[in-house]
Design a protein around this ligand. Structure first.
Ligand SMILES: Nc1ncnc2c1ncn2[C@@H]1O[C@H](COP(=O)(O)OP(=O)(O)O)[C@@H](O)[C@H]1O
Ligand SMILES: [Mg+2]
Length: 235
């Protein structure tokens, strides 16, 4: 579904992503792991069209995304939940969901909100509450729900479990697993390496703008290097 070839992204003199190539097949859950500053978010932003490429090619279902603006990528079935959740804090839960569905036909929005709320019952209970008053976990659920408003085929999640309590982290991963079961193709960036390898089909490891390792997720969790770097006592 997604094919990234020789992707380069620079911020002025900083080379954040240095010629990486990777793929995500239809129905796959692929995770990108790596330390802070490795270039994971930059990679996702490039895939979504939110930062310009300095080099390389990105295609979706065989179609180059080079000249496709963000809104049209959403129209092509892509959706994105950014790092740090970025819910609209002074808007209600309902308004956040409507914003996520702003590219939908008016007639479809209500039905989609109902479907999304079925998956996140807490959001239905809190629909008139400002997003800023929700707990961190609820805000993360809202961020995912907002990204689901367009019923995406391909969902990109950046650090959905960041800063959440362990119990909530498990709930977030349960949702991710459910979405995968429902057939959504997922590209997941995570700091929680153990849980992301447990839920993913394949994984890529990024270090300093490069992909240094890739493989089936279950093999990666048995890899001694991965174990030492990311799955030590702290994980
Ligand atoms: N807007 C920006 N301007 C300049 N440098 C940036 C910007 N965003 C990220 N960087 C740098 O690019 C590198 C990769 O960052 P990022 O993609 O956020 O990594 P990760 O998501 O893996 O933590 C880092 O060195 C970071 O400091
Ligand atoms: Mg990041």
């Amino acid at each position: 579904m997604l094919k990234v070839q020789d992707l380069d992204v620079r911020y002025g003199a900083v080379a954040a992503v240095k010629g990486i190539s990777f793929e995500v097949a239809k129905g796959e859950l692929v995770t990108v792991i790596g330390a802070n500053g490795a270039g994971k978010s930059t990679t996702l932003n490039a895939v979504m069209g939110l930062v310009p490429l300095s080099g390389g090619e990105i295609s979706l279902n065989g179609k180059s995304l080079a000249r496709v603006p963000v809104e049209n990528r959403i129209g092509m079935g892509m959706s994105y939940s950014p790092e740090g959740r970025r819910v609209f804090k002074t808007l209600s839960v309902l308004e956040n969901l409507k914003a996520g569905g702003s590219t939908l036909a008016k007639s479809k929005t209500e039905a989609r909100i109902a479907t999304v709320m079925d998956r996140f019952p807490t959001l239905r209970e809190r629909r008139n509450q400002d997003a800023g008053t929700l707990s961190g976990g609820e805000q993360q659920m809202l961020a995912i729900a907002r990204a689901l408003m367009t019923d995406p085929e391909f969902l990109i999640l950046d650090e959905p479990s960041l800063g959440l309590a362990p119990k909530i982290v498990s709930q977030v991963f349960d949702i991710i697993a459910e979405l995968r079961e429902a057939g959504v193709t997922i590209l997941l960036v995570e700091q929680n390496v153990k849980k992301s390898l447990a839920v993913a089909d394949r994984a890529y490891v990024m270090e300093l703008g490069l992909i240094v390792k890739s493989g089936p997720a279950h093999e990666m969790s048995d890899d001694p290097d991965i174990h030492d770097s990311y799955l030590g006592a702290a994980a």
